[in-house]
Unconditional design. Sequence first.
Length: 156
Amino acid sequence: MVRSLAQCAVVLLFVGCGSSNAPAPSQRDGDATLFESQVQPVLVKHCAFLGCHGREGMPLSIYALNYMRLRDPDGRIDPTRPALDERALTGAELDHNRKGLASRVGRDDPNGDIERFLQRLIPASKGGILHAGVVVFDNPDDPDLQVLRRFLETVE
């Protein structure tokens, strides 16, 4: 009996205890169709530059044409291969972008508040919060900012 309890403890240690219904940040996802058709173009237009989120190593790195690309179309990063050319983004790149943005917020996550995230994108004079010294949207009513809001509201 002692041995089976020890084995059970080891299994629980690896599997995890508790029953939280909230997904881990790395598991958060949002509406894929909305992301691909509306959100990805907004990210490319406003965020995916090499000096901002268009480079590896950023907390939110975004793949886009003319900027950072996966070297392997299947999503594996192989530094020996050259970057992709101007072909459309791969499914792996779009998934990376969608899940990366989704991981920044969560409806049930007090540390991932949608409004606080969006405030980082507008000027302090309009209720915003400093975002690396960059104002992404001049106005909180900007249609592109509202696209981000609609997507973030789909994140679970």
